[in-house]
Write a protein that binds this ligand. Structure first.
Ligand code: 0L1
Ligand code: MG
Length: 263
């Protein structure tokens, strides 16, 4: 049995690593008794610490590891989810300093913003679509606190699914206006195409990934709330960020989003 003190200590170590921008060892080697349920308890604790110390609030949720390719790459067998905080949000077209990051990467996403609560169990794709206010292009900056982005599913969940920052487009699109399976995506780095994909790379349909998360959340007494944003999962692999880089994501029918990085 893992002690409450240990959960608190791991959450605090993750918080400190992010705040001071240093890498730490993954925890499963030191605490083999960790499991997925405990990992989400650590995540909750970490979010409480961040809300308190950074004087911020929950703005939504994120899915990670939603594509088979990414799961295979990271050696995990199911997606993860995490929490977005208000102070993680960065404006469209921003020039972002890389100073606060450990070894950040960036990835294209489709963001959903909700007009109704979504409470599991038995949430379907249709329920997610019905509760959606709008979708918009997004990018996520991920920054694992673990050495070399090397972790197990348990570790990455404790680390709030590597979340760091997110950028949303300013234009809003109704779900009826987009094809959530076929919508194409072109991800460019410094003007060159880095990767291409389609919305269906996220579990066949990003709304399916959100339904999956809603059905998991209810088991922990949580749900997606009206007004919250959900990043539905990366459409391509994540790319490392260096100073001077510029990234653009363009989606079929819902426009583009651009960010740049400086020292
Ligand atoms: O897809 C994601 O948002 C990342 C989730 C965690 C996995 C990673 O750090 O690559
Ligand atoms: Mg992501």
């Amino acid at each position: 049995m893992i002690k409450t003190d240990t959960i608190d200590q791991i959450a605090y170590e993750l918080y400190q690593a992010e705040r001071e921008a240093y890498e730490i060892n993954k925890f499963v080697d030191q605490y083999p008794e960790l499991d997925l349920a405990i990992a989400y308890e650590i995540q909750d604790k970490l979010i409480n610490i961040k809300c308190q110390k950074e004087n911020t609030v929950i703005s939504g949720r994120k899915l990670g590891l939603t594509s088979k390719a990414k799961q295979e790459m990271m050696g995990v067998h199911e997606p993860s989810y995490g929490v977005l905080l208000d102070n993680m949000k960065i404006d469209e077209d921003a020039v972002i300093s890389i100073k606060p990051f450990i070894h950040a990467k960036i990835e294209p996403e489709i963001a959903f913003v909700f007009k109704k609560d979504i409470k599991g169990p038995f949430v379907s794709i249709a329920d997610v679509l019905e509760a959606t206010d709008y979708v918009t292009p997004a990018m996520e900056i991920i920054d694992s606190r673990y050495k070399n982005f090397n972790f197990t599913l348990i570790d990455v969940i404790a680390d709030n699914s590597s979340s760091s920052r997110y950028i949303l487009g300013s234009k809003r699109y109704k779900v009826e206006e987009v094809d959530l399976e076929l919508m194409g995506c072109v991800f460019k780095k410094n003007g060159e195409i880095f990767a291409t994909s389609a919305a269906g790379s996220i579990m066949g349909n990003p709304a399916r990934a959100i339904a999956w998360m809603a059905n998991k959340l209810i088991a922990r007494g949580q749900h997606i709330k009206a007004g919250e944003v959900v990043l539905s999962g990366a459409l391509t692999g994540a790319e490392a960020i260096a100073k001077g880089d510029q990234f653009t994501v363009s989606f079929d029918g819902i426009g583009s989003l651009k960010v740049s990085f400086t020292e």
